[in-house]
Design a binder for this molecule. Structure first.
Ligand SMILES: [Zn+2]
Length: 79
């Protein structure tokens, strides 16, 4: 089987396009995953409404802006 220069160039183009598409898709996937993880860690202070990220494991966290202790539970916006 003979591979002409045109065929070779075509395959290189197709291969690089596939590679770029794969890179774009994987980077988008990892970015979305990191963003979702960051969102899960996000805490909004009930006192001063300062939003910050917290990585500690306790049920409460201290606000870095006003030092108020805030519960980390999600879905409760009243208070
Ligand atoms: Zn605060």
């Amino acid at each position: 089987m003979e591979l002409s220069l045109a065929d070779f160039v075509l395959w290189v183009l197709v291969g690089s396009f596939a590679l770029v598409g794969l890179c774009a898709m994987s980077s988008r996937y990892f970015h979305a995953r990191a963003e979702r993880r960051g969102l899960a860690r996000r805490v909004i202070c009930r006192l001063c409404l300062h939003a910050f990220e917290d990585s500690s494991l306790g049920p409460t966290v201290e606000c870095p802006a006003c030092r108020a202790v805030t519960e980390k539970g999600r879905g409760r916006s009243l208070g």
